[in-house]
Design a protein around this ligand. Structure first.
Ligand SMILES: [Zn+2]
Length: 242
């Protein structure tokens, strides 16, 4: 399954990019629930499935067959559609948070990191403010959700609430979560969030930084949309708007 290979590849990047250490953090991809031909239940229509990194396996040792499959609605997968034979791994302890985000948003992939700049900010601030317009890529200033124990339903609820209108949330004394239309976008947003937290800390070292207003951010969002629309039109022969 392509999702498994993707998750292994991006998990290795988590370490290389300094977004997590050891087996901390986790990521998932939503996949259509189509069982392989010839398996029991092959003719049964399935709810979406989520491929997620396992709990407690070092990213350096992670293999595609270690990736776990869970039903997007939290129920057990029908027989023959679960993990491949030999997979004895337990899905990430943050599976409830991943599933809650899929249920509440249009996310197709979710990335959870313990990146240092974000963790430091989470312990000292209630929000990552807009010191750079790139924050519009996350929907605007990023909220810090209240502290709730890892792996709990309470943390899942707090994360979903603080994600309202955003594609990123910071978890107090814990880390961050980003989502996207695919794993590449969710991962790039995790990198952007860490960069924004770092630049904010650097700005604070000079004194009180200037923060972009809501109107200035709206202007950036509108201009980005206009430019993307222009690109789409330019790519269509005859400039068709269909
Ligand atoms: Zn965590």
């Amino acid at each position: 399954m392509a999702a498994r290979d993707q998750l292994v590849r991006y998990s290795a990047r988590l370490l290389d990019d300094g977004l997590a250490v050891g087996s901390a953090g986790n990521m998932s991809v939503r996949v259509a629930g189509t069982p392989a031909a010839g398996t029991p239940g092959a003719n049964t229509p399935l709810a979406d499935t989520v491929a997620i990194t396992p709990s407690g396996v070092s990213y350096a040792e992670l293999r595609p067959q270690d990736i776990c499959l869970v039903a997007a609605d939290g129920t057990d997968l029908p027989a023959g559609t679960g993990p491949p034979e030999g997979n004895s791994e337990t899905p990430s302890s943050e599976t409830p948070m991943h599933l809650a985000i899929y249920a509440a948003t249009r996310a197709a992939a979710v990335v959870h990191t313990h990146s240092p700049e974000v963790v430091a900010l989470s312990a000292a601030r209630t929000e990552l403010p807009a010191i750079h317009y790139a924050i519009t890529g996350l929907g605007g200033p990023v909220r810090v959700a209240p502290y709730v124990r890892f792996g709990s339903a309470g943390l899942a609820a707090a994360a979903v609430q603080a994600l309202d209108g955003r594609s990123a949330v910071i978890l107090r004394n814990h880390g961050a979560v980003t989502y996207g239309r695919d794993l590449a976008q969710a991962y790039d947003r995790a990198l952007l969030l860490e960069w924004l937290a770092r630049t904010y800390r650097l700005a604070l070292s000079y004194g009180e930084p200037a923060i972009l207003s809501a109107a200035e951010l709206d202007e950036v969002t509108a201009e980005s949309r206009r430019r993307r629309y222009g690109e789409r039109r330019a790519n269509q022969p005859g400039g068709s708007t269909s």
